[in-house]
Design a binder for this molecule. Structure first.
Ligand code: MRU
Length: 356
């Protein structure tokens, strides 16, 4: 049973806020220096906010995308029924084009489109109300998914352990507790003492800017390391467990997550450290059989040529900038889901747990 009154992360700032039918997104590109929310006036602004990682993390962009569709549609309530329905589909496709890898975005938008298609009353105002309720439901459900992963994952964290994480899969990436960080917040609320090593996460520094910030704020013992220190820290016996989040899990349990995650998994395997992935059901893509079929976002090479805002590479440098990699299921000790920890063989266990 979860004692929510002891959850420190509950008081953290929210990545996505929906109030009086206005969408506010915390601009995570300014963290930790500035804590600034931006009201989203247009659907183009929401698209840009997702693309520029002002809002980021798979569940958070799903929630922001769902509310973003409402931002697009609220100006269109005087259209004919047919034109409004067309607009629902077109704006959902537009928002879905902002980032390709996290399945939660397309999943949330498809949920809204389906809801609109199935509604009896197709008048724009009635449809809009149906979509508001669905977006709010997605947001609320995510809170419960995070809590579920927290409760099921917390027993993995024992007194005195060192836990390593990569990127940010915390409150800032979701509605509330996070995915990979949820077990940490729940273990903390149960009085367990442990240390976290946060990988810096080049090139956009989600670990340095976001994970270290939110864990520090909640009072969890966190140590920041650069990505290339993980092997050394593990070799010294300081890491007992790895927990990361994910942007998409294929039906066979292959895991797409922030670039560098596969390297961490290989290291963990070498050093005999269990590597767990926190994965809400909203991040499982049963339509993608294997990890190799997951679309990997390739971002602007300037991100690799800069550190912070400072140029660090020579002009004209050739770069690659894949934002995610895919960890083979064989390296995954278990998927921490809201229904419990799922273990290999993932094709069977995932289908049985979530489709059976
Ligand atoms: O590019 P980002 O910052 O959106 O990448 C985020 C991640 O890779 C997270 O680990 C993942 O979305 C899980 S968030 C709960």
């Amino acid at each position: 049973m979860l004692d929510t009154s002891k959850l420190k992360a509950d008081s953290l700032v929210r990545a996505v806020r929906w109030e009086n039918r206005e969408l506010f997104l915390l601009d995570q590109t300014r963290l930790p220096g500035e804590v600034i929310e931006e009201r989203q006036e247009t659907v183009q602004q929401v698209w840009e906010s997702i693309k520029a990682l002002k809002v980021r993390g798979a569940p958070a962009i799903g929630i922001a995308g769902a509310y973003g569709l409402l931002v697009a549609l609220r100006e269109k309530l005087d259209l004919s029924q047919g034109d409004f329905m067309e607009e629902v589909r077109a704006q959902a496709a537009y928002l879905d084009s902002s980032r390709p890898t996290a399945v939660n975005l397309g999943w949330a938008l498809r949920r809204l489109v389906k809801k609109a298609e199935e509604a009896d009353d197709k008048s724009p105002r009635a449809l809009f109300e149906v979509l508001v309720a669905e977006a709010e439901a997605i947001h609320q459900e995510d809170r419960m998914l995070c809590r579920g992963m927290g409760v099921h994952g917390a027993p993995l964290i024992k007194e005195g352990m060192g836990v390593l994480t990569h990127c940010n899969a915390g409150a800032l990436a979701t509605s509330e507790l996070g995915t990979a960080l949820a077990p940490m917040y729940v273990a903390q609320s149960q009085g367990i003492n442990f240390r976290v090593y946060a990988d810096e996460t080049r090139p956009l520094l989600q670990g340095a800017r976001l994970t270290s910030w939110e864990l520090q704020q909640s009072g969890i013992d966190v140590t920041l390391i650069t990505d290339n220190m993980a092997a050394h820290i593990m070799s010294q016996g300081l890491v007992d467990l790895v927990i990361v989040g994910t942007d998409r899990v294929a039906a066979n349990g292959d895991v797409a997550n922030k670039i560098g995650t596969m390297g961490v998994a290989i290291l963990a395997n070498y050093f005999g450290i269990p590597f767990y992935v926190a994965c809400p059901s909203s991040t499982i893509d049963f339509d993608t059989a294997h990890g190799k079929d997951i679309p990997i976002e390739e971002r602007d090479g300037d991100e690799v040529c800069e550190f912070g805002a400072r140029r660090t590479a020579p002009p004209g440098m050739k770069t690659r900038n894949p934002a995610f990699d895919v960890t083979p299921n064989a390296l995954v000790a278990g998927l921490i889901t809201e229904k419990g920890i799922i273990r290999a063989p993932y094709v069977e266990t995932l289908a049985k747990t979530f489709q059976g």
